[in-house]
Design a protein around this ligand. Structure first.
Ligand SMILES: [Fe+2]
Length: 377
């Protein structure tokens, strides 16, 4: 039986618009998780608890000129990884873990090298960081170096800081059961907000609270996913574009009495995207937002997209799974990866993370190069 609102965890409570059919009750302008927790909360970072301001509206995003700092970086990484720091690979193609540095102390050269390292390794976990303890504005100032902040159209944010995207979930056994009543698995591959004309590049996610075990995030290397395809399929994919849509996300939010701060958009992006710094080609489709392939009939589009998404999802041999720990900041390149949270804990522990989401260039492609041409000296 579904629990009553009084028993429901705070993250599940929907603010009623009408108390009963006869009386119209004003919806509060701002929904605050901290209010729903009775003003006292067990959150380690109450300043980061989500709020949704129903009055907040933003105009459509405008194009901007993105400068990728990875291009200026010294590939020796001497400012990012000085003596005494440690970096180790999680898998051969994707994922590294770094200890012994403090991201918040990086100088501009170190930040350039961070952009390059993340472009090369696709996702990097930095342990024991002070990021969550910084004033929120300082964390934003740091992230703003990497591109224009994206303001998410539907997600909760700390009050006054709409540029921070928050992930917040308690997971009691009943909530977990409800979640899996409609799905076989919590795996939900996506790259963030690829429906935008200029989707994010170097992207930051840091832990505020998390379950002792569970709630990992898994990343897939979309460059390696492209590399694994046969020359015939690679060549055919070049020149094709796919539609990425934010409409379903907005609709979902509206249905849950959430906010839609900016009207949804959809955009076409090339299926094979070239990274501006590494020159690597990545498969640029994701199950979260890619809906169809331009110019193909429905059955053709469904079949080809279905194959590509299945290929990405089952590629455990080019995926890296990150286990969160207090102080962990994960930085990934959203242009060449997809990711999924793993919803697998049933303890009711809070999983609370903050994302800083700098936007990057408009996705572009470069011509197909055959394997023979590539192997020419
Ligand atoms: Fe995401």
């Amino acid at each position: 039986m579904a629990p009553s609102i009084a028993e429901a965890p705070a993250s599940q409570i929907i603010v009623p618009v009408k108390a009963d059919p006869g009386s119209i009750q004003e919806k509060p302008r701002v929904r605050r998780i901290i209010d729903e927790e009775g003003g006292k909360t067990t959150a380690s970072y109450p300043n980061y608890l989500p709020t949704w301001d129903y009055a907040e509206k933003y105009p459509p995003l405008e194009l901007f000129n993105h400068v990728d700092h990875g291009k200026d970086a010294d590939p020796s990484f001497k400012h990012l990884l000085p003596e005494g720091s440690k970096i180790q690979k999680l898998t051969p193609t994707i994922g590294s873990e770094v200890t012994g540095i403090q991201l918040s102390k990086l100088n501009p050269a170190g930040k350039d090298q961070l952009a390059l390292l993340v472009a090369q390794r696709k996702v990097v976990a930095f342990r024991d960081q002070d990021f969550a303890d910084l004033p929120i504005q300082e964390a934003l100032d740091f992230g703003g170096y990497f591109g224009r902040h994206h303001i998410h159209p539907t997600s909760g944010s700390p009050e006054g800081y709409p540029e921070i995207h928050l992930v917040h979930r308690n997971n009691n056994a009943w909530e977990f059961d409800q979640y899996l009543a409609e799905k076989n698995s919590s795996v939900s591959w996506h790259s963030d907000v690829t429906y935008e004309k200029q989707p994010p590049g170097t992207t930051f996610l840091y832990l505020l609270d998390g379950p002792e075990v569970g709630g990992d995030t898994v990343f897939v290397d979309q460059v390696e996913a492209y590399n694994r395809l046969s020359p015939a399929i690679k060549e055919r994919l070049h020149g094709l574009k796919a539609i990425h849509s934010g409409f379903e996300q907005a609709e979902n939010s509206r249905n849950r009495d959430g906010v839609v701060r900016r009207e949804p958009v959809q955009n076409e992006h090339p299926i094979v995207r070239t990274h501006p710094v590494t020159g690597e080609k990545a498969l640029y489709v994701n199950a979260g937002f890619t809906r169809s392939i331009v110019g193909l009939k429905k059955e053709e589009s469904d079949a080809l997209l279905g194959f590509l998404l299945a290929h990405v999802g089952r590629g455990i041999d080019y995926q890296a799974r990150i286990r969160w720990a207090p102080g962990t900041v994960v930085v990934w390149d959203n242009r060449v990866t997809a990711h999924s949270a793993i919803i697998d804990w049933t303890t009711g522990e809070r999983r609370h993370l903050a994302r800083i989401t700098p936007q990057a260039e408009q996705p572009y492609e470069t011509p197909y190069i055959s394997e023979e041409a590539l192997s020419q000296p």
